[in-house]
Design a protein around this ligand. Sequence first.
Ligand code: P6P
Length: 336
Amino acid sequence: MIGIETLDEFIIRKQDELPYTKGELSRLLRDIGLAAKVVNREVNKAGLVDILGTTGAINVQGEEVKKLDVYANTRFIAALKLGGQCSGIASEETKDIIVFDDEISKNAKYIVAIDPLDGSSNIDVNVSVGTIFSIYRQVSSMGPPTLQDFLQKGSEQVAAGYIVYGSSTMLVYTTGHGVNGFTLDPSIGEFCLSHPDMQTPKSGKIYSINQGYFVSFPEPVKQYIRYCKQEDKATNRPYSLRYIGSMVADIHRNLISGGIFIYPPTKEAPRGKLRLLYECNPISFIVEQAGGRASDGYKRILDIEPKELHQRTPIFIGSEEMVLKAEEFISDYPSA
Ligand code: P6P
């Protein structure tokens, strides 16, 4: 394949940028890439085999667990355990941390927070879904990781990425040295570099928010939405509303085209819906590395000190100028 660089080749070529690791992080990233290919195979045929629908279980979020959620969770946990580079996992699907305390993991240096299949309510209607992962060094002394290892600020991440299972399947990740996107070529079963050094536009014409909850948004958020809908050619308004209820797909579109994604506080969910550890932190790391901005309206997402594993945070994320504008509406609003 002239001119094609696979994910594995890219990871190895870029390894020298990571002075603190002697290949362990590279192997961990490759383990994730392999699991993504296995999950992709099931996602792509979900309509054909008996993994549509629900398991009847309810996860720690109180949400109905889709069969593909369970499958994806199982596959990523197995791949990370077998790879030997990961000492523990925090998963959206499991209440407590999963600790690997066995021979193969005894020298593992990293922990992973993961949303194995985000947007799974879209599976049965064939809308893109995604996997989101976040990687930290284990900071507690050698031996099994503790809860504290998972409550590090997002700015401590050593790598983060997502897989979007869409019209094509892409893996997008960063190690803090820019963002690169790889498209799965099913004919060779490899993720191939297709979007080198991704940079998100400084502004855009898309705003993404579930306007169905408009009545329960804080007033500054309502004012910003009205701003998005006003006509003003000089600032490319009105913007277009694009929201499909699958964070990875909405973020991926806005990362490439420019735009802002907002999941604000609501009366029912004062801390918003999205989780800090395995949705907002990894996605914010990627968007910042691509030149964008991510905050909770007041504070940089990556500076938030996590207090619990599944904690939620409001999020305003995307093109820098658009997020700054939304923050202006919030800071200009007399605090209640
Ligand atoms: P709502 C999917 O359930 C998810 O976690 C994200 O992928 C998505 O952005 C959000 O929730 C959608 O939530 O409340 O708009 O349906």
